[in-house]
Every structure is written in structure tokens, then in C-alpha cells.
Design a protein around this ligand. Structure first.
Ligand SMILES: NC(=O)c1ccc[n+]([C@@H]2O[C@H](COP(=O)([O-])OP(=O)(O)OC[C@H]3O[C@@H](n4cnc5c(N)ncnc54)[C@H](O)[C@@H]3O)[C@@H](O)[C@H]2O)c1
Length: 284
């Protein structure tokens, strides 16, 4: 078990994590449980959420999985009621469900003459429903669970909402216009919510992960012989610290810091980049 780098104690708190069947949020769910929280793992993929809930319980933590579609308001409200009955009112909401879709992604980084006729998916071929899917999942999928769970926070001190933005919210990455715009909207919404809830004891922040090497993206980042791929070369050249982040230590440290009501008690409305300087660097 990794040590809780900043000794955040979440004992007695109820934490809700959406997208908890996924790569990063299953990990965040475990970290919150290890800090003492009772954790509700919400995901469209109930089996995945259940697997990680079982792992938390096997470690001695308190966790329960729920099937939840963050795009269905009634479903979010029904799950919020179930979580409250099972684990108590929500103190922490981590809005983790999100992601991109190939239908909203161009094949090439730069548009060139001839691309309209060529067999390539250019800007002009982006699919409207794919763009809407990505906007909805990241933005509406943050707003609806917040409506459902923040009701339980109102008037109770020390509650927190943590959203997940991205590097592309600052400056869009190539090929993914909808995902970049949607994450910019998540950062903007984080500020809006922080102001809106500032009088009722709810802090609202976000993290913006930079580039992290995980088992899932290893094949994209490293050749079978362990040498870096061309993409890795570009990422590391644009990251002043010259390395990938360590998701277990460096992302979780930021999550625990922002949720810590002693260390971060006067912090609300920020999107914290965890990126080795990527978002600060102009490339020159
Ligand atoms: N992986 C990264 O490097 C990275 C970087 C920056 C930001 N992020 C963001 O972090 C978050 C988690 O990313 P990840 O890489 O762990 O993604 P992931 O794809 O592994 O997990 C996403 C989870 O969300 C669930 N989900 C999808 N649609 C849903 C819906 N409608 N209702 C409920 N659950 C739904 C999926 O079933 C999946 O389990 C996302 O918001 C992502 O945009 C990831």
C-alpha cells in the first residue's frame, strides 16, 4: 500500500467517485478508501466498479459499487439516494467519468491541401453525434452528478467536489477538438461552481493531469525494446521536467491535498496542473 503522502484523514467521510471502473478513478477510489473514506464507486460498467469495490473491501476498506449513468439525471438522483442510505450523505464527489471518442478525432495533426478528397478523417468529417457525445460525457456528465450529490452537501461544512480536467483545457492538443473544448468547459465550470457554492461550505477544485505512463498506454509510449516512441519524444521534449508523472504518487498526492480541509481550506476554484511544467512551457 502506498503511503498517504500528505496524511489526509478522511475517516467518517462518504466519498463518491464517478467513472470508478476506469483506470485513474479506480485508483483514486482506492486512495480515498485508504485515507479512511467510505467509498461509493459509480460507473456505467457495473462489473468494473464492483471489481474495484471488492478489492477495496479485501484491503479492509469500506466500498460499494453502483451502476450509474452520469448522463441520466433521474438515475443520478436515484443512486444519490441509495448511496446516502447505504453510506451516509456525500462529503466528497470526485467527478471522474469522462473521455474522448474516435468520432470526434481527426486523423492528422495538420490539415493539408488534398485532405478533403483523400481517405483521411479531416476536420470536415468530424461526426456531429461524436462531438456531442464527448461534450456531454465530460461536461454534462460532471454537472448532473454534481446536482444529485451536492444537495447532500449543502449546509454541512467541509464538503468537496473535485473535477477532472486535462492539459488540453489550457492549450488544445492536436486531433481532439471536442475533448479539448469539453475539458476547457470543465475547468470553467469548476470556477463557476466554486463561486456559486462558496457560502455553503463546499470547496470545488479540479486536477489537470499531464502525461503519465501507465500499463494502459505503455504500448503507445514505448517500443517493445523499451526505447521511447516518436510520441514519447514529443511529450518529453514539451515537459520541462523531462519525464512522465507517477500516477500513483503524484496524481494521488494532488487529489489528497485538494481534499484536505486543513492543508487546502482556502483553496477553491483552481484547476491544478500536475504536469512537470508542460502547461507552463511555450516550447522555446
Ligand atoms: N488517462 C489520462 O491520461 C487522463 C489525462 C487527463 C484527464 N483524464 C480524465 O480522467 C478521467 C478518467 O480517465 P481514465 O483514463 O481513467 O478513463 P477510463 O476510460 O479508464 O475510465 C472512464 C470510466 O468512465 C466510465 N463511463 C463512461 N461513460 C459513463 C457514463 N455515461 N456514466 C458513468 N460512467 C461512465 C467508463 O465505463 C470508465 O470506467 C476522465 O475524465 C479523463 O478524461 C485522463
Amino acid at each position: 500500500m502506498e503511503k498517504n503522502v500528505i496524511n489526509t484523514d478522511l475517516s467518517g467521510k462518504t466519498a463518491v467517485v464517478t467513472g470508478a471502473g476506469g483506470v485513474l478513478c479506480s485508483y483514486f477510489a482506492k486512495v480515498l478508501a485508504r485515507a479512511g473514506a467510505k467509498v461509493a464507486l459509480l460507473d456505467l460498467n457495473e462489473e468494473a466498479a464492483q471489481k474495484f469495490a471488492d478489492e477495496i473491501v479485501a484491503e479492509g476498506g469500506v466500498a460499494k459499487a453502483y451502476k450509474c449513468n452520469v448522463l441520466d439525471k433521474d438515475n443520478c438522483y436515484a443512486v444519490a439516494e441509495a448511496v446516502c442510505n447505504d453510506l451516509g450523505p456525500c462529503d466528497i464527489l470526485l467527478n471522474g467519468a469522462g473521455g474522448n471518442n474516435p468520432r470526434a478525432t481527426t486523423d492528422k495533426e495538420y490539415f493539408e491541401n488534398g485532405d478533403i478528397e483523400a481517405d483521411t478523417k479531416s476536420f470536415f468529417d468530424l461526426d456531429k453525434s461524436g462531438v456531442e457525445f464527448v461534450f456531454n460525457l465530460n461536461f454534462v456528465g460532471t454537472l448532473l452528478p454534481t446536482q444529485a450529490f451536492a444537495r447532500q452537501m449543502v449546509g454541512r461544512e467541509g464538503c468537496n467536489i473535485l473535477n477532472i480536467s486535462s492539459m488540453n483545457a489550457y492549450t488544445p492538443l492536436t486531433k481532439i477538438p471536442a475533448y479539448s473544448g469539453a475539458k476547457a468547459a470543465v475547468s470553467n465550470f469548476t470556477q463557476w461552481l466554486a463561486v456559486h457554492f462558496s457560502k455553503v461550505g463546499i470547496r470545488v477544485n479540479a486536477i489537470a493531469p499531464g502525461f503519465f505512463a501507465t500499463k494502459q498506454n505503455a504500448a503507445l509510449l514505448f517500443n517493445p525494446d523499451g526505447t521511447p516512441t516518436a510520441r514519447t519524444g514529443k511529450i518529453l521534449a514539451a515537459t520541462p521536467m523531462g519525464r512522465f508523472g507517477d500516477s500513483e504518487k503524484e496524481l494521488c498526492g494532488a487529489v489528497l491535498f485538494l481534499l484536505n480541509n486543513d492543508a487546502a481550506s482556502f483553496i477553491t476554484g483552481v484547476t491544478l496542473p500536475i504536469d512537470g511544467g508542460f502547461s507552463a512551457y511555450s516550447g522555446v
